[in-house]
Design a protein around this ligand. Structure first.
Ligand SMILES: [Zn+2]
Length: 212
């Protein structure tokens, strides 16, 4: 083995180590640099994506991913949660729920107004999914901040069980919650967003357009 070969071998080893460490230090659940820019560059609220813009629709139709524990513990997540609530409650939006893709992040996070709790607070649920839904359905009117100037009737389960990661003084832990009534409808609408589904996909087809 000559010096040149040795140098090449050493360099190769260092590069391999850098690759290994690089992939270990950044998990897929961590914020990407473009996600951090969206959060850190936001003014007091975030821009709400709509189906009117083809680029926005790509994000609205994509599947969202969970956050890593490290991302959930970061100040950036706390800021994202604040921004999502500020955005959905802003007079220009005046919504009852908003999901990650609607503010440009394909991440499993929703902010929902808890009409079933005293004071009807907005709460933020990261890594949320619906693990059970009742067979009993009820129709109700729905609209969406990302589908301007439309409303429609959707059948939704009257009771659901959600699972999400609770943040508090302790380290993050997965918990479940049973939700009923209108709040359950909001959760179903928002969690649909995380799977790229819009409420307009769930409208009953009108008789003249139906071929099923
Ligand atoms: Zn929506």
């Amino acid at each position: 083995m000559n010096t040149r070969h040795l140098t090449a071998t050493l360099l190769g080893g260092i590069l391999m180590l850098a690759t290994v460490f690089g992939s270990c230090s950044r998990q897929s659940g961590d914020f990407t640099s473009s996600e951090l820019s969206l959060i850190r560059d936001a003014d007091s609220i975030m821009r709400v994506l709509t189906v009117a813009d083809p680029g926005d629709e790509c994000v609205l139709r994509a599947k969202s991913r969970d956050f890593s524990e490290q991302a959930l513990m970061s100040e950036d997540f706390a800021e994202l949660a604040r921004l999502m609530v500020a955005t959905v409650t802003h007079p220009s939006q005046d919504g009852v729920g908003i999901a990650g893709p609607q503010v440009g992040l394909n991440r499993r996070v929703v902010a929902v107004q808890r009409f079933d709790k005293e004071g009807e607070p907005f709460e933020v649920y990261p890594n949320v999914s619906i693990v059970w839904a009742s067979d009993s359905l009820a129709p109700g009117p729905e609209g969406c901040l990302s589908v301007p100037n439309r409303r429609g009737t959707v059948l939704r389960s009257q009771e659901i069980v959600i699972e999400y990661t609770a943040l508090g003084d302790q380290s993050p832990r997965v918990v479940r919650d049973t939700v009923k009534g209108f709040t359950a409808v909001i959760f179903q609408h928002e969690v649909d967003h995380l799977d790229g589904i819009l409420y307009t996909d769930r409208l009953s087809p009108s008789p003249e357009t139906s071929d099923r």
